[in-house]
Design a protein around this ligand. Structure first.
Ligand SMILES: [Zn+2]
Length: 434
């Protein structure tokens, strides 16, 4: 089937049938004997045998738990597998409050390379880390204060932020399907059903042990070759993970509804294909700004229990960040995170906040780094606030590049893997032996 054939067929359908054809949970099949007619087959029918078996197992699991919210999710999801209606179980997933944190079903649409309509099945079985989750819930309570102090013209600040999606920190025990192929997923934000998001918001799951495995197996080996020996002392997982969570939270801050020439619009609409890299760079840099702000005000904000706030902590945050920059830069410039990181790296190099030594290693200048973060954050936020496509283009052309000296540094990293492939040993041990 070509794109054009699909679109022509969809155009001939009634509105309700169109929604099914484009929906998450149907497979498109050619109508027998026809060359240009198709049918939308519900997943519940297409995958009936597998889903019937899976539903029975979910019900069995529901019978084995004493946790009310988990039982409800398991039972409603079992129903959804057979009815193809995921709404009620998505609502139950938002209410899930259980030490065993489970995600199972058809979710992400990245594998549909034609239109991005069709969801792929995946499963994650996680253990919730209550203490870590609470720690970040405390930080999330100060988002409005961060917004009120963003390094940007006051008129562009949002006086009333919407509620942030709750962040749940977990360790992954097992994953499968779409959750276990390609780049190892380290965080996900669900559900995708707008009806559920409008009523209950969404939830962000951060897979801490996956992040830690990436840190130990990829980031540390890179850091050992790219940083000075002295700097290595300051690279730690705590700083790395705290910044990743901050990055996610910062997507919610800064300009979202803007006015350009009197029109109501959004940074995404105005910056078009340049938006993703600018937004990723903004989330990174605003994350550094926010953590630095909270460290500086840890006493008055009553954060000393959840955030280290001495001079060493700030140095560790920056140095760990510098090390993680090389990891993200290796994703390449076609990746929004890679391009966004190139902008940051070159900006900080040009402002002498990052310095390359004669032996090829890098180090940072603490005071210049603090100022550089502020200045770059100002530029990125202002581009978004003004929806300034020209300024975004200029920034990406000048800084969103890999310069020869950095390319030379990458040549020293060729034997270090770009990602990990987790093997779920605990799940293997717990599973019945055959
Ligand atoms: Zn991001």
């Amino acid at each position: 089937m070509t794109k054009e054939q699909f679109e022509k067929w969809v155009g001939s359908l009634l509105e309700k049938e169109q929604a099914e054809a484009k929906g998450f949970f149907t497979v498109i099949r050619r109508k027998p004997g026809s060359s240009d007619q198709f049918i939308a087959v519900p997943y519940s029918q297409e995958y009936k045998d597998d889903l019937t078996r899976a539903a029975a197992l979910l019900r069995e699991a529901a019978g084995a738990t004493g946790n009310e919210s988990l039982r409800k999710f398991l039972n409603t999801r079992a129903d959804a597998f057979l009815s193809n209606d995921y709404y009620e179980s998505d609502m139950a997933w938002m209410d899930l409050n259980s030490p065993v944190d489970l995600t199972i079903g058809p979710y992400e649409t990245y594998n549909d390379e034609i239109f991005g309509y069709k969801a792929a099945f995946e499963a994650y079985v996680n253990l919730r880390d209550e203490e870590e989750s609470n720690k970040f819930a405390v930080l999330a309570r100060h988002l409005q204060e961060i917004e009120d102090n963003l390094p940007i013209d006051a008129q562009y600040r949002n006086p009333k932020l919407g509620a942030a999606a709750p962040t749940v920190i977990v360790d992954q025990i097992f994953s499968s399907g779409d959750g276990a192929h390609g780049i190892a997923t380290a965080a996900y934000n669900l559900p995708n059903d707008e009806r559920v998001v409008n009523q209950k918001g969404s939830k962000r799951i951060m897979l801490r042990n996956i992040q830690e495995a990436k840190f130990r197996n990829v980031l540390l080996p890179i850091a050992r070759r790219m940083l000075t020996r002295d700097a290595m002392v300051d690279v730690n997982f705590e700083s790395f993970f705290t910044h990743i969570v901050a990055h996610e939270l910062m997507h919610g801050l800064g300009p979202h509804q803007i006015k350009v020439d009197g029109r109501d619009t959004t940074p995404r609409q105005e910056l078009k294909e340049l938006y993703s890299a600018i937004e990723e760079a903004k989330a990174d840099i605003t994350g550094l700004f926010a953590l630095q702000y909270m460290m500086e005000h840890a006493k008055s904000l009553n954060l000393t229990k959840v955030l280290p706030s001495d001079d060493a902590a700030q140095r560790q945050l920056y140095t760990t960040y510098l090390a993680s920059m090389f990891r993200s830069l290796r994703f390449g410039l076609n990746d929004a995170h890679g391009k966004g990181m190139a902008i940051q790296f070159n900006f900080l190099i040009d402002h002498r906040a990052i310095i390359q030594n004669s032996d090829g290693t890098y180090q940072l200048d603490g005071a210049k780094f603090t100022q550089g973060v502020r200045d770059l954050d100002h530029d990125l936020l202002t581009i978004e606030a003004q929806g300034d496509y020209g300024a975004a283009k200029k920034l990406q052309n000048e800084l969103g590049v890999i310069r020869p000296s950095l390319q030379k540094s990458f040549d020293r990293l060729k034997d270090i893997p770009t990602d990990i492939e987790p093997v779920p040993v605990t799940a293997d041990e717990l599973a019945p032996k055959h």
